[in-house]
Design a protein around this ligand. Structure first.
Ligand SMILES: [Zn+2]
Length: 154
């Protein structure tokens, strides 16, 4: 939330309109630069009678800043825009997609890292699965070869 000055006092035409500043002195010794409303001599941040109002405004401002910081930190795309990942060709296409979306700023760097980790994990899983299948197939063939050799010897 910005420290927007309150509207200057409305006075009769013969009195020059000079905005009244807040009476408060800040921690650095300078006077508060906020303009005060007609009915008071302190701005929202320094008016003891408006402490609750000021706290609520600060809380709203902090929430807004936190939400803005989260929004600025994490940039993602909707689920339907995420490419499929079910085989090795998909993994290659997904890696290229992450490269493009990170390069053009659609994805934030943290999200990009996580997606690349997921693609790597997926590829490793596919590799291991395929290697285990090949090993099982080779073991079967080896067994067959050994059985045939055994028969030849008999
Ligand atoms: Zn003030």
């Amino acid at each position: 939330m910005s420290h927007r000055p309150d509207a200057p006092r409305l006075r009769s035409p013969e009195v020059p309109v000079t905005p009244v500043r807040c009476r408060a002195v800040k921690a650095d010794g300078t006077r508060c630069e906020q303009v005060v409303p007609a009915e008071g001599d302190a701005c929202l941040w320094h008016d003891d009678a408006r402490t609750r109002e000021a706290q609520a405004a600060r809380a709203r401002g902090a929430e807004g800043k936190a939400a803005a910081a989260r929004a600025a930190k994490y940039r993602t795309v909707p689920d339907e825009a995420v490419p499929p990942l079910s085989d090795m060709d998909d993994a290659v296409a997904a890696a290229a997609w992450v490269f493009r979306m990170t390069g053009n700023g659609t994805l934030d760097p943290a999200t990009s890292r996580e997606l690349n980790r997921s693609i790597t994990t997926f590829k490793d899983g596919i590799h291991k699965r395929d290697l285990l299948r090949r090993i099982r197939e080779l073991e079967k063939q080896l067994k067959l070869v050994e059985q045939q050799r055994g028969r030849v010897r008999d």
